[in-house]
Structures are given as C-alpha cells and as structure tokens.
Design a binder for this molecule. Structure first.
Ligand code: HMG
Ligand code: MG
Length: 304
C-alpha cells in the first residue's frame, strides 16, 4: 500500500437526500426512515437526510419534517440537512439537525438554475444562515457544485473553485464539499479542484462528492486520497443526481467506495454486508437493482 494514503476514511451517505431527491417514484417517509435506519445499522456515522427547499422545486423532499422526526436517532451519528436560505434554516431548526449544509456553485449559470440567484447573492443568503446555525451550536458545511464542469458552462477553472471556497470561508462555513455534480471530472482535474480549495480550507475540512456519470468517481476518489483527503460523500446503491443537472447520474455507490477502501486496508467503520442490505432495501422499493458493481457481485454470490 502506498505510504501517504489516509488510514481511515469518514463517509457521509447522501443517499436519502441526493439520491432520493431525484427519484420519479414517490418514496414515502417511512421508507426513507427505513433507509436511514439501515444506514446507521451498517455503521454510517454521518447521514445527509433531507433538504429544506421549495416543495415546488423539489417535491421529493417535501416530507423533511416527517423523516427527521420519524427516525430513531443513534448517539454518535451526525445527521445533516440542506438549507439554502433562512426560510429553510428556520424550518430545519424544528428538527434539530446536527449539521446544516448551504449549497453554492463554482459556476454562475448553475447557481442561477439550482438556487435561482448569482454566486454573490447566494453568499449574501448563506451568511445569516451560517451565523444563526453557529449561534445555535449547529455545525455548518457547504457544498460547492460544478467544481470541474458545469452542464451549462462546460469546463470550470480551478480559480473559480478557489474564489467560491474563499467566500464560504469568509462567512464562517466550517467545511466544504468539492462536488463533481455531473461526474465529468478525471483524476488530475479533481486534484486541481482540491488544491484550489486547499488555498482556504485545511485538508481535514475538505470532502469529495463525486457523481459517477462517466464512471470516474472511484478513480477520482483515489486521486483525492493521494492528496490526503479523507472525507467523502457517496450514495448507497448509487442513488441520485441533481434535478437541475440534466443527465447526471447518482453519486458513487457507497458499497463500491467501501469495497475499494477496505481492500486497500483503509478503515471506514462500515459493515459492508449490512450496507449491501441497506442498498437492496431501497433498490427493492424502487423496483431495480442497486447501481453498484460491488453490491451486485455480492448479491449474486449470496444468491448462488
Ligand atoms: P426562490 O424562488 O429564489 O425563493 O427559490 P424566494 O425566496 O423568492 O421564494 C419563492 C417561493 O419559494 C416562496 O413560496 C417561498 O415561500 C418558497 P410561494 O410564495 O411562491 O409559495 N421558498 C421556500 N420553501 C421552502 N423552503 C425554502 C424556501 N425558500 C423559499 N427554503 C430556492 C430559492 C433555493 C428556495 C429554490 O431555488 C429551491 O428550492 N431550489 C432547489 C434547489 C435544490 O434543492 N437543488 C438540489 C439540491 S443541490 C444538489 O443536489 C447538489 C449537491 O448534491 C452537490 C453537487 O452534487 O453538486 C449538494
Ligand atoms: Mg450531488
């Protein structure tokens, strides 16, 4: 094993949020609760549960209160939620999340399409949310979308990522996700986006959020690990996509990520077998197979 890789990786499973926000089949709150339950049973210590956004924009997340209030929380697990503005934050407060996530973009066009404002305006909207969250003792993360490519603007230069990371740092955001929203990144480009972020955030405060549209997400994960990044987001069964990034498929499957990391001797605290069960549970509900090669291989082995 290469010497400089992290010995441990912390994964945030974003399946209940990033995954299920993009499903055409309505997923009832109790199934979402069942998924969160199975993820925590599998040893996930961080779960991105839902978002507090306009139900006209993303009807799939309109049941945020029911999901947050219906799940049986486990001590030591961090439950995070997306809040794009004060209205969303105030709604989220009723459900006592451990961490809130504001979400901006390195691309102007994507910012407009996703949250209906410019990058500069988004920072103005986020600032009071960050301040209120920190005052309430709630941790604050930010997602940075389109850090290598944008569905509307094409390739995004690392300088744009550094610019956004700098603005987020100034308003007090504690840690950031470097997101490849449409999964177009390749290892060197991902490293450039990570290095741009490192101008403003320490390595421990940076996570990788890679959609797997072009099949690059695991390679990109390895490229980020080589830089020392040890926080990643992934989605059980490879669920997901962003409704405002047409054609983008789900995040890298948590099962594939865990299989790779364990195979490299990197600890995650996750029980792969139980994780496979969580992915099978939601995939059965959705009437399809998990979008995870590792999950399929293990399920086939179990069956045969
Ligand atoms: P807006 O239209 O600019 O907001 O939307 P507004 O303040 O002008 O309000 C308009 C209406 O929205 C009003 O309702 C508000 O009450 C309502 P009306 O009077 O018309 O009935 N509203 C809200 N309702 C519920 N919760 C709120 C809220 N705010 C306003 N928080 C807004 C701005 C951000 C709300 C809107 O653009 C929106 O909801 N966008 C959805 C964005 C979204 O959820 N995208 C997917 C998640 S991001 C993602 O997936 C990327 C990520 O995974 C990283 C990556 O992969 O890149 C994180
Ligand atoms: Mg995403």
């Amino acid at each position: 094993m290469a010497l400089n890789l992290p010995a441990r990786v912390r994964i945030i499973d974003v399946g209940p949020r990033d995954g299920l926000q993009n499903e055409k089949t309505p997923v009832p709150a109790d199934v979402k609760i069942g998924l969160v339950q199975r993820l925590q049973d599998a040893g996930l210590q961080e779960i991105e549960v839902t978002s507090y956004v306009s139900p006209k924009w993303v009807p799939q997340m309109a049941d945020n209160h029911a999901v947050m209030q219906g799940m049986a929380r486990r001590a030591g697990v961090r439950y995070s939620v997306l809040t794009p503005n004060l209205q969303g934050f105030q709604a989220a407060l009723q459900d006592t999340p451990d961490e809130i996530v504001v979400f901006g973009a390195a691309s102007e066009a994507f910012s407009q399409k996703n949250i209906n404002c410019s990058i500069a305006e988004s920072i103005e909207r986020f600032a009071p949310v960050v301040e209120a969250a920190l005052a309430a003792g709630i941790a604050v993360r930010a997602a940075m979308s389109c850090t290598v490519g944008c569905p509307y603007e094409g390739e995004i230069a690392p300088e744009r990522v550094a610019y956004l990371a700098g603005l987020l740092k100034q308003i007090g955001v504690q840690r950031v996700d470097v997101a490849d929203t449409i999964g177009v990144g390749t290892p060197r480009k991902i490293q450039a986006a990570m290095e741009a972020t490192l101008q403003h955030y320490p390595i421990d405060a940076i996570s990788g959020h890679f959609h797997d549209t072009y099949g690059q997400a695991l390679s990109n994960t390895l490229a980020a690990l080589e830089l020392g990044v040890w926080n990643f987001q992934s989605s059980v069964a490879g669920l997901g996509g962003c409704p405002y990034a047409k054609g983008a498929t789900g995040n890298v499957a948590t099962e594939d990520m865990v299989y790779m990391l364990h195979g490299m001797g990197i600890e995650t605290g996750i029980d792969l077998d139980k994780l496979i069960d969580a992915g099978a549970y939601i995939s059965d509900f959705l009437g399809r197979k998990p979008h995870s090669r590792a999950a399929m291989a293990i399920l086939n082995k179990r069956a045969g």
